[in-house]
Design a protein around this ligand. Structure first.
Ligand SMILES: C=C(O[C@@H]1C=C(C(=O)O)C=C[C@H]1O)C(=O)O
Length: 99
């Protein structure tokens, strides 16, 4: 991704706002796929998929280091995000079962 050399605070904030819009859209898309994962699982225990979570954390921490961002920040952000998405996957799973 190209990073512009900004000439004003307004320009900096314009880029930040644009990136925030994309981040929110990406999080919503990610959550939509996580919910679909419920279709392929058979129990709440299976939904939690701890091994997969750990693999994601490793991958994201490595990616963070590649891009010069704190791996601990990414661990915290992903921890919060995955916990919330697992909850939405569990709701999806329970709704599908009660149909
Ligand atoms: C989407 C899945 O289910 C859950 C949600 C995950 C995620 O948010 O990436 C990862 C593992 C599971 O906790 C999956 O098993 O792949």
């Amino acid at each position: 991704m190209q990073i512009n050399n900004c000439q004003s605070l307004e320009e900096v904030r314009h880029h930040i706002d644009g990136l925030d819009d994309q981040i929110v859209e990406l999080i919503a898309a990610r959550n939509a796929y996580v919910k679909q994962a419920a279709n392929f699982k058979h129990s709440v225990e299976e939904i939690k998929a701890n091994e997969r979570m750990e693999a994601i954390m490793d991958r994201v921490r490595n990616k963070a280091m590649e891009f010069g961002v704190s791996p601990n920040l990414l661990t915290k952000l992903y921890g919060i995000m995955i916990d919330a998405m697992v909850e939405s996957e569990i709701s999806e799973f329970r709704n599908a079962k009660s149909l």
